[in-house]
Design a protein around this ligand. Sequence first.
Ligand code: 13P
Length: 257
Amino acid sequence: MRKLLIAGNWKMNQGPEDTAQFFEALATSKPADISRIDAAVCPPFISLPEAKNGNAKLPDIAIGAQNVSSEENGAFTGEVSATMLKELNCDYAITGHSERREYFGETDAQICKKNLKALEHGLTPITCVGEVLDQRKSERHFKVVEEQLTGVMKGFSKEQAEKTVVAYEPVWAIGTGETATPDQAQEMHKFIREILGKMFGDQTAEKIRILYGGSMKPGNAAELIDQPDVDGGLIGGASLKSDSYSELLKIAQEKSG
Ligand code: 13P
């Protein structure tokens, strides 16, 4: 059985002070028992030391970064290495988010290198795929997602694939309030699992978690994670406040009962 993962992507929100406050508030709002699920928040790099403090008090809330360098160390101005992230207790690194692809020109090949570097250092990549609206309207969404997925996991062993989390984030649903319907999400997640099956074998594909991302919130999370191939969420806006993040944890824990 795949364990649900509820991961918050804070994007460029919440500096160190807000992060400390988030964890303080979370200590009271978090459901007491979230043992059946995995939970993580991914603050900006600068807030990771505060998140590390928070994680020391709330060990069931793992932490992750929103990016990771594909390089080991050295003259790469502005980059942050996997080793540095491990030093701050990170378990996860988001890679290839559509905002990184769109605004910073990241390619599937670069994202693949980041994934391999993360895995080499024991970080779990949460690697993102998803089509833009035009691609869906012209019914190219399956092809686009297949290309991205095969690109960002190119050359992976089965072991590396198993340790990777895939996030399907239809770009038209990110920050727009418009969510993929549960059927649309399931249709694509099932397709992703089929591609993973072709790449790594069905047994491995069955073990890989596929998260949904795009305007997921307490009001729609239950019906999305009810879908057989939706293994949790990568949540932007609704993960910024401890109350709604806690609500998402509660829903996932109940659904895992
Ligand atoms: P929203 O939940 O704000 O739509 O963001 C989704 C997302 O991009 C998570 O990575």
